[in-house]
Design a protein around this ligand. Structure first.
Ligand code: PLP
Length: 461
């Protein structure tokens, strides 16, 4: 007789699951939150509570939950060809078409981009690992074996594998795992609201960041630095928008020192900023782009690394001498994932979800501003497209007011993320969200903030 047969699902979870990024103590005391169904912007819990998911999962369910077209595309693809690897030149139709579609999207929506090929993986983390390896490969082929370091930013989130976790610039993810590994540098976080000096204009703040970047390159030696990695908008860092002139200036510095630009568009790709890619929104001309999340709206774990002609020409030019490029994964290019991604992109295009994100951007910001109006604990509300952040201010370090508010928000029926670097609640609803749903989420968040205010008063001392 299995003595575990009578366990509740929550108990079984507590006794068998090792959750990612979860406190073991918390889980033991409070149990898991179990979700049973999703439709559009709504998630249902096992208690029957229905919540508005203003996080789109982890910034990833771009077309919303329960879209039949994606389900059907996955089922059809699985029936027809449930798996195909891509090693040694093996291939399959959905993946070929997806690569072509992604290159077309870059050509059409990112002015000045010059992308050549697409490599597929399984997660945002492995896409960034691929970027690190390909940048290394590029400089090895160019006879520059010392040019290997990567500059990331403090507050960045690029994943949690050994390499991508090292690029991530948030201490909480580093200490316990002896990260970052050698060869990763972090330059200052470009968050004007929290890190500008008294009286410093946004342009002067940018000047200071650029001077610091130049000093870092001079100190380390440009011949040791391979690439600079950046999210167009730092998501997990706190929905941190680049300050005035930042990316134009950064790119000018990189070009001068022969340093590649890796754009981590794992969150900003596929409409989040109100354009197809954050590179289009902010004028980036990346050498390699990491994509995941919205590529399949998280109906299938899939990532893509889009590689520029600048890098591809070096790879292709050396191929006669190098033989196979010895990088790839069992699931690279998975035809089921590719079929789902194609269906996802079709739904997004047909229903104008990128345009919806642009159109509803001011609605989301206004709703959040209205919901926090007059609250003395909120310092800033900002956003672009359908990603927005409410930042709390005036609290001692480590007091996490945003976690208190997020907990109340859940009770009120709205999911917002409490981020790990700045005290920020993030809002990134599925791109199918309606104006009415945003307004309702705003009202629920206002009630949550009101309910949390006595606790916030106490926390702020
Ligand atoms: N890059 C960015 C910008 C992300 O936000 C994330 C995940 O949130 C990642 C990379 C890592 O993606 P994954 O969790 O799929 O490995």
């Amino acid at each position: 007789m299995n003595e575990r047969a009578n366990l509740s699902l929550a108990q079984m979870d507590q006794m068998s699951l090792f959750h990612p990024v979860t406190s073991i103590d918390d889980l033991e005391q409070n149990g898991p939150q179990i979700y049973t169904a999703g439709s559009g912007v709504e998630l249902t819990r096992d208690s029957g509570q229905v919540l508005l998911d203003m996080g789109a999962g982890l910034w990833c369910v771009n077309v919303g939950y329960g879209r039949t077209e994606l389900v059907q595309a996955g089922a059809d693809a699985m029936q027809k060809l449930s798996f195909q690897h891509f090693f040694g030149g093996a291939s399959a139709e959905p993946t070929i078409r997806l690569a072509d579609r992604l290159l077309g999207l870059f050509r059409d929506t990112v002015p000045g981009s010059d992308m050549a090929r697409v490599f597929f993986g399984n997660s945002g983390s492995d896409a960034n690992d691929t970027a690190v390896k390909l940048v290394t490969y590029y400089n090895n082929l160019r006879g520059k074996p010392a040019k290997k370091k990567i500059i990331a930013r403090t507050g960045a989130y690029h994943g949690l594998t050994v390499a991508s976790g090292s690029l991530t610039g948030i201490e909480g993810y580093h200490k316990a795992f002896d990260l970052p590994v050698k060869g990763v540098l972090h330059t200052s976080c470009p968050h004007y609201f929290a890190f500008s000096e008294q009286g410093e204009s946004e342009a002067a703040f940018t000047d200071r960041l650029i001077a610091e970047l130049e000093a870092m390159i001079a100190r380390e030696g440009a011949d040791t630095i391979a690439a600079f990695i950046a999210e167009p908008v730092m998501g997990t860092g706190g929905v941190l928008l680049p300050p005035e002139g930042y990316f134009a200036r950064v790119q000018e510095v990189l070009a001068r020192h022969d340093i590649l630009l890796i754009a981590d568009e794992v969150i900003t790709g596929f409409g989040r900023t109100g354009q197809w890619f954050g590179s289009g929104t902010y004028g980036l001309r990346p050498d390699i782009v990491s994509l995941a999340k919205g590529l399949t709206s998280a109906y299938f774990p899939m990532s893509a690394s889009v590689i520029s002609n600048r890098m591809w020409d070096v790879f292709a030019g050396a191929s006669g001498k190098t033989g196979a490029v010895m990088h790839g994964f069992t699931y690279s290019g998975h035809p089921v994932g590719a079929a789902i991604a194609l269906a996802n992109l079709e739904v997004m295009a047909r229903e104008g979800m990128v345009e919806n994100a642009a159109r509803l951007a001011p609605v989301l910001l206004d709703a959040l501003r209205a919901s926090v109006a007059g609250n003395p604990h909120v310092g800033d509300v900002r956003g672009v497209g359908l990603m927005a952040g409410v930042e709390f201010a005036g609290f001692p370090a480590g007091s996490a007011p945003h976690r208190v508010v997020a907990k109340h928000a859940m009770e009120e029926g709205v999911l917002t993320r409490a981020l790990p670097y700045m005290p920020v609640n993030a809002f990134s609803p599925p791109l199918c969200v309606t104006e009415a749903e945003i307004l309702e989420a705003g009202r629920r968040y206002a009630r949550a903030l009101k309910a949390a205010t006595p606790a916030l008063d106490a926390l702020s001392g």
